[in-house]
Design a protein around this ligand. Structure first.
Ligand code: PMP
Length: 395
């Protein structure tokens, strides 16, 4: 009996597919001299003042559990941050929950709102955890495919067409992983109209909000009438370079946050205390560092987008996050075959677009959260690969 068909494992877990991203990292980790544009995490180390604050909290003996919903001071800091930066007002007392990364917030949000079989509209290409999270919560994901023609921005008509009497929620992620697409205020207003008309709730993953490069960020919850229909999810992993700290949060209507806190209290108790002290410092004094990192990502984005377009891997300029999603359709290869051949031939790891949903086929995701030196070398190798395949026009 193999591990995967052990009869002690529940059927619905047996059926859950492992993430397609992992396979590539396993392959890449067995090779030398690989440049990885695969992982979705900052190449920066967490700002030092954050590390120090966490360290200091341990020295002071703050090693016990915090309140289930998280340190009150941290909830207050998150509340102030959301009010100042995104013009949304949440009470620290009962409208915020500190979680183990945005990942746990997503999990708990779906478990709190879904009755068995209720549908959630998911826009693909999408972050790999969404569909499993909905399924594990007993819900049914309904996929809507964002198209390259619209720079991967979902159109409200597409959402409307996917609504059934069982639709409970829409899951939005802007700026988006893997496409980098960002919905502006007008896009969000159009979606809000549909949400209101059909009495839906929106789970809005805003983890990349601070990494929007050219425009002013609009939170879905700040659109008229949406604060009562939105579970805003964010965290510290991306903009503060704190992936390993595992800290995020959810903000929403008190009744929903209360339901989420119930699940959180029985399953997690509270987010790690020392990480919460670090996050508090990040919000109080870490904004300058975020700005510096953002400026650096912007420069890398511009460089990578130009280099890819020049070598025939066409891609639009993504508004935010740290991913580009170029088309590889001109090569005639599947995204998996392309990513595998690129890894074998040039030792550059990218993620095949199909792992983000069927509509990601024909694309690859490259993360530009790598040093300029690494990016330059990766672009050189990719250009070499495209040349070998006779796809670069050298004229
Ligand atoms: N949402 C999106 C869109 C992401 O890309 C990620 C991380 N890759 C997460 C959530 C999870 O973040 P965290 O580290 O806070 O759990």
């Amino acid at each position: 009996m193999t591990e995967s068909d052990n009869h002690f494992v529940a059927d619905h877990i047996q059926d859950l597919k492992p993430s397609g991203i992992r396979r590539f990292f396993d392959l890449a980790s067995q090779m030398d001299n690989v440049i990885s544009l695969g992982v979705g995490e900052p190449d920066f180390v967490t700002p030092w003042n954050v590390i120090e604050a966490s360290y200091h909290s341990l020295e002071q003996g703050y090693t016990a559990y915090t309140a289930n919903a998280g340190l009150f001071e941290l909830r207050e800091a998150v509340s102030n941050f959301l009010a100042t930066e995104y013009h949304v007002s949440y009470r620290a007392e009962d409208q915020l929950l500190i979680t183990v990364g945005a990942s746990q917030a997503i999990d708990v949000a779906f478990r709190a709102i879904l009755n068995p079989g209720e549908e959630v509209i998911v826009i693909e290409p999408s972050f790999v955890s969404y569909i499993p999270a909905i399924e594990l919560a007993g819900g049914k994901p309904v996929v809507v495919e964002a198209e390259e023609t619209f720079e991967f921005k979902v159109q409200k008509e597409q959402i409307e067409a996917a609504i059934t009497p069982n639709t409970k929620a829409i899951l939005l992620c802007s700026p988006n992983n893997p496409t980098g697409a960002s919905l502006d205020e007008q896009d969000l207003r159009a979606i809000a109209g549909v949400v209101k008309e059909h009495d839906l709730v929106v789970v809005s993953d805003e983890i990349y909000a601070d990494l929007l490069y050219d425009d002013v960020y609009t939170s879905f919850a700040s659109i008229d009438g949406m604060i009562d229909r939105t579970i805003l999810i964010s965290g510290f992993s991306k903009s503060f370079a704190m992936t390993g700290w595992r800290l995020g949060y959810a903000a929403g209507p008190a009744s929903i946050i209360k339901a989420m806190t119930k699940i959180h209290q029985y399953t997690i108790m509270c987010a790690p205390t020392m990480a919460q002290y670090g996050a508090l410092e990040a919000l109080k004094n870490g904004r300058v560092k975020v700005q510096e990192m953002k400026n650096s990502y912007r420069q890398r984005r511009n460089y990578v987008v130009k280099a890819l377009n020049d070598m025939g891997l066409t891609c639009h300029l993504p508004g935010g996050a740290f991913y580009v999603f170029p088309s590889i359709k001109a090569t005639g290869m599947t995204s998996e075959a392309f990513a595998e051949a690129l890894l074998e031939d040039q030792r550059v790891a990218v993620v095949p677009g199909n792992v983000f949903g069927a509509s990601g086929e024909g694309y690859i995701r490259c993360s530009y959260a790598a040093s300029m030196k690494q990016l330059a070398e990766a672009m050189k190798r990719m250009r070499e690969f495209m040349k070998k395949m006779n796809l670069v026009d050298e004229s």
